[in-house]
Design a protein around this ligand. Structure first.
Ligand code: SF4
Ligand code: FE
Length: 492
């Protein structure tokens, strides 16, 4: 079944989600002005799946049931699936101009599908069949899933088992015959508040004595003991004001990240997909992170399309659009954006099968995508600021526009090319401000792993010794064919 956007919203309304915004418990997440923009964004993922022109990108056929399902609930069964995912992300980025949140749950779904297979192969357990039963339900109900991997981590120099407070990493505090009880928290949880379920995964490799921390499971967002604390964003109070200062009037800024607390939450066995198999945690983290890092070439590509559009529109409003330097700066923005998109498509097209039969992106390219995003999003934002001008930081607010005493001054002295309404300049400026401000930039830096995490992975995958051998063969002429003229052949 493919949920409609309305069904998504109503299904959230039916849940009793315990969420806090601005320190206060929210009565209805669906109606709260701080959360509604993020719900609207996810609703677009449901809406586009019903449009015939987007069916191929937004939906596919389940390998479990043969039914048409949303691509956000699908297991990657081919390199083409991986490519289509990146195309879907760019489309959604172009449509919403922000983060649409469902990718974390999708990659968590795929990581758990793959790791449960691996664990069963190695340990003779039956997690994979259990997971497939859960997956059928996710597909049948077209659920919005949040992926929860990042633990608070406490003292960074200490391992989970060495922390003064053992709850700094999510852990099992009680094992019962019917399930487990978990305690801890996960941070930076994208879309958590407006999800149906949270997929909990360990966030680091673990040692045998850390078995209690090796827990992967699915928790309903309104399960007893689960609560969400909404993060503060740089422009969040603008959403409560309305008017032109919001920036993106219908959709959120980044993914409505929240802290999710598990205060002794009971998880029944049929929702537990790893419980103590520490030796698989590193691989699980790696599966998830590698898929997720490739995503950023798609979603940020779509977001940058909107940002480039807003910047180009600003140059028209200012009357600078024909200036050769201005045009060249737009080209630079486009160049950076297409480079990361191309890497994401490349990582996907070069995908290879895992033991479970699903497809993994090419890891070097996937890590390179995310590494470039940590730079290019800043560079693209810098050029946008450059072209849009200091107005971005000094433009008056909605209240100044509404005050009859000063409104005319505001409009008169902010009008540039008179062909364009001054309010359009302000609206475009506010969108640029939103998409290049602290929250957005930090998300691009740390989402899907901080820059150093990619560099460690890249070094691990670079096969430097093989490159040394390549250099030796070329320089020393070791591959020479007998009888061919080789003027540079080394003697001896
Ligand atoms: Fe998806 Fe991008 Fe948001 Fe991550 S940052 S959830 S990949 S849209
Ligand atoms: Fe993200």
């Amino acid at each position: 079944m493919l949920k409609s956007p309305e069904q998504y919203v109503e299904s959230l309304r039916a849940l009793k989600i315990r969420a806090y915004v601005g320190g206060e418990q929210v009565d209805s997440i669906v109606d709260h002005p701080a959360i509604a923009p993020h719900i609207n964004t996810v609703a677009k993922t449901y809406e586009l799946a019903h449009m015939p022109e987007h069916q191929d990108v937004m939906t596919t056929i389940s390998h479990l049931t043969g039914e048409r399902v949303h691509r956000y609930t699908h297991i990657f069964r081919s390199a083409d699936d991986l490519v289509k995912k990146i195309q879907m992300l760019r489309l959604l980025g172009q449509t919403t101009g922000t983060c649409f949140q469902r990718c974390v749950g999708l990659d968590a779904l795929n990581a758990l599908y793959a790791i449960t297979y691996d664990i069963d192969q190695g340990e003779g357990t039956d997690y994979h069949e259990r997971f497939k039963r859960y997956l059928r339900k996710v597909q049948a109900q077209d659920l919005m899933l949040a992926g929860a991997m990042t633990d608070p981590k406490g003292h960074r120099a200490k391992r989970p088992s060495e922390q003064e407070d053992p709850d700094q990493f999510v852990r099992v505090v009680k094992r019962l015959s019917e399930g487990v009880v978990i305690r801890g928290a996960k941070l930076h949880n994208t879309g958590g508040i407006n999800s149906h379920e949270v997929l909990v995964m360990p966030g680091t490799g673990l040692r045998p004595e850390e078995a209690d921390y090796a827990i992967a499971c699915a928790v309903p967002a309104d399960a007893e003991g689960v609560l969400f604390i909404f993060g503060r964003q740089s422009n969040d109070s603008r959403k409560l004001e309305g008017g032109c200062d919001i920036g993106n009037p219908r959709f959120g800024v980044v993914g409505g990240e929240a802290m999710v607390v598990f205060d002794d939450v009971f998880v029944p066995n049929d929702r537990v997909f790893m419980a103590g198999e520490t030796q698989y945690c590193g691989t699980l983290v790696n599966y998830f992170a590698t898929w997720h890092r490739a995503n950023y070439g798609g979603c940020k590509g779509g977001n940058a399309d909107v940002l480039i559009g807003a910047t180009a529109k600003m140059t028209k409003i200012l009357g600078t659009e024909r200036n050769a330097v201005v045009r060249d700066k737009l080209v630079e923005m486009i160049h950076m954006n297409e480079t990361t998109y191309a890497s994401a498509i490349g990582a996907s097209a070069m995908g290879t099968p895992l033991p479970c039969g699903s497809y993994m992106v090419e890891p070097m390219m996937a890590n390179t995508v995310k590494q470039n995003i940590t730079r290019n999003v800043y560079q693209i934002g810098r050029l946008s600021h450059d072209l849009a001008g200091g107005f971005l930081a000094t433009m008056p607010d909605q209240r100044a526009i509404e005050n009859p005493e000063i409104s005319e001054y505001v409009k008169k002295y902010h009008t540039a090319n008179p062909e364009y309404d001054v309010m359009e300049r302000i609206r475009m400026g506010r969108y640029i401000e939103n998409m290049t401000s602290v929250t957005t930039m930090v998300e691009a830096m740390h989402g899907a792993g901080s820059p150093q995490a990619q560099r460690i992975a890249m070094l691990g995958q670079a096969a430097i010794d093989e490159k040394i051998e390549m250099a030796e063969r070329v320089v020393n002429g070791d591959d020479d064919v007998e009888g061919l003229p080789l003027p540079g052949k080394r003697e001896g």
